[in-house]
Design a protein around this ligand. Structure first.
Ligand SMILES: Nc1ncnc2c1ncn2[C@@H]1O[C@H](COP(=O)(O)OP(=O)(O)OP(=O)(O)O)[C@@H](O)[C@H]1O
Length: 473
């Protein structure tokens, strides 16, 4: 896509005229055309007509995430720089996690604003040089075999593309089986380190002494059994990427050594006195809550911040049920191709059961179940008889669902803001219903047993309006 007359275009979105003008002044010497919008409605009109490479979005960072989300979805193809009042590092991480490229302070000097734009342009150039197949694939909701069309997965894909172009350390978070390793592979294969290898190491599966030797290597005779000198994974991955899976299981001693690799790109082999320098990128993943581990003193805080430069959260499958049909299609066709199994389709009532189930083992559980059913099913289609009992009988009634949801709500010790809590609960239900129905409001209203008008009013009141851009009408 290119903008009119091949001249790149920058959009400034800010309600406040004087702050828009300040930005305009700081950017006016750039070659790009600068367009201003005073709010969402005007910005929406403009993005329909013009392709903006970079968007400066003034946003009160204390406002809800949904609000920023809606904006970021409007500018899905642009690099978005959030402009806000003196952001804290936590807020910066939050905005970047939602998909912003960078965050700058409203009172930043003109030179900083221009530098930020230069970085954004550089990032775009790297992105443009990426193999065209990458963006073509992602448009089909499939990045390096990661299947997903739900909004949470679209966010993950967007982040993958953003971080792949950089050399940033990435921490991939999510429950077991959500696809964290696939995300790491996608980042590596879309990165400039792609010609070199990505070496995965499962830190949770290897005992501490062995893991130390695996990662850092050892000199001959450094311990019983070290009959010859052996380089570790960090050395073997020179120029490429090391993926440290289950990083939350790493011992304190190894955490210290890893911190040095991240800070100084340097380490010594076990029994070796000579420092070895490496040029590697580190990607890490965990299903644990590292922040809690830090609070409990089980994980080093300094290492956490070093790893958490860009966090990517892969959502559990139960929070993106709309991906289940697509995943089933993907696995059923792959089972035929890769394992030579006779292709089978699936009865609609089976898919309905799969959509209702909560998938504690996430995508891995779905994949394994499908393989088992394809092998065991007698006929050409997978039918209800082929479903294991715990899935076939998993039919929560609407009242059970609401009770189950209410059981998870608790008044905290220090109380809560009732209206804000009810608002957040409503929001969650509405977003989930829209998500599950692919944004079709009639269906979402039916799911929530609301009439359509009430739902539409609530969507508007809560600022969740994405009409016409994401198919929520
Ligand atoms: N979105 C997806 N599309 C296609 N396949 C997926 C997807 N997510 C996961 N899988 C498949 O599910 C299985 C588990 O994925 P993966 O190993 O990446 O999960 P993980 O989060 O790293 O798990 P763990 O925490 O247990 O290491 C793999 O076979 C992977 O190919």
């Amino acid at each position: 896509m290119s903008s009119q007359n091949n001249q790149s275009a920058i959009l400034i979105v800010d309600q406040d005229k004087s702050s828009r003008q300040r930005l305009f002044k700081a950017l006016k010497n750039q070659k790009s055309r600068i367009v201003e919008a005073s709010g969402a409605a005007q910005a929406l009109e403009l993005v329909d007509q013009t392709y903006f490479e970079v968007v400066f979005l003034c946003w009160d960072i204390s406002r809800s995430d949904e609000f920023l989300n809606t904006y970021l979805e409007m500018f899905v193809d642009a690099v978005v720089i959030v402009v806000t009042t003196r952001p804290s590092s936590e807020e910066v991480v939050k905005a970047m996690r939602l998909g912003a490229f960078n965050v700058i302070s409203k009172d930043a000097p003109a030179a900083d604003i221009a530098a930020c734009l230069a970085e954004a342009n550089e990032f775009r150039e790297i992105q443009d040089q990426a193999p065209p197949a990458v963006s073509a694939i992602s448009q089909k909701y499939d990045v390096e075999n990661i299947v997903g069309k739900s909004r949470p997965m679209q966010k993950v894909f967007k982040l993958i593309h953003k971080v792949a172009a950089t050399d940033a350390t990435v921490l991939i978070l999510g429950e077991s089986g959500t696809g964290k390793e696939l995300v790491a592979r996608a980042i590596h294969y879309n990165s400039p380190r792609n010609p070199e290898t990505m070496i995965p190491v499962n830190c949770g599966a290897i005992p501490e002494e062995l893991l130390e030797s695996e990662l850092f290597g050892h000199e001959k005779g450094s311990f019983t059994g070290a009959i010859k000198t052996r380089p570790g994974r960090f050395e073997l991955a020179e120029g490429g990427t090391v993926f440290l899976d289950e990083i939350g299981d790493m011992s304190s001693m190894l955490q210290v050594k890893l911190l040095r690799v991240l800070q100084e790109h340097q380490f010594e082999r076990i029994g070796g006195g000579k420092p070895i320098n490496v040029n590697i990128r580190i990607l890490a993943a965990t299903h644990r809550d590292l922040e809690t581990q830090v609070k409990q003193g089980k994980f080093r805080e300094d290492l956490f911040y070093r790893l958490n430069v860009v966090p990517i959260e892969v959502p559990p499958l139960r929070e993106r049920r709309s991906d289940i049909p697509l995943l089933c299609g993907h696995f059923l066709s792959r089972l035929g191709k890769q394992k030579g199994l006779v292709p089978k389709d699936m009865r609609p009532e089976v898919l309905e059961c799969l959509m209702r189930y909560d998938w504690p083992g996430n995508v891995r559980e779905l994949e394994n179940l499908l393989e088992r059913m394809v092998i065991l099913a007698d006929g050409p289609s997978i039918s209800m008889e082929d479903l294991p009992a715990h899935l076939a009988n998993h039919r929560p009634t609407p009242s059970q669902v609401s009770q189950a949801s209410l059981h998870t709500v608790e008044v905290p010790e220090d109380g809560l803001d009732f209206n804000a809590a009810v608002d957040a609960f409503e929001r969650k239900l509405i977003i989930q219903a829209l998500e599950r129905t692919g944004g079709v409001k009639n269906q979402a209203a039916a799911l929530l047993k609301l009439n359509r008008t009430t739902l539409v009013e609530k969507i508007k009141k809560k600022g969740l309006v994405t009409v016409g851009r994401t198919g929520t009408s």
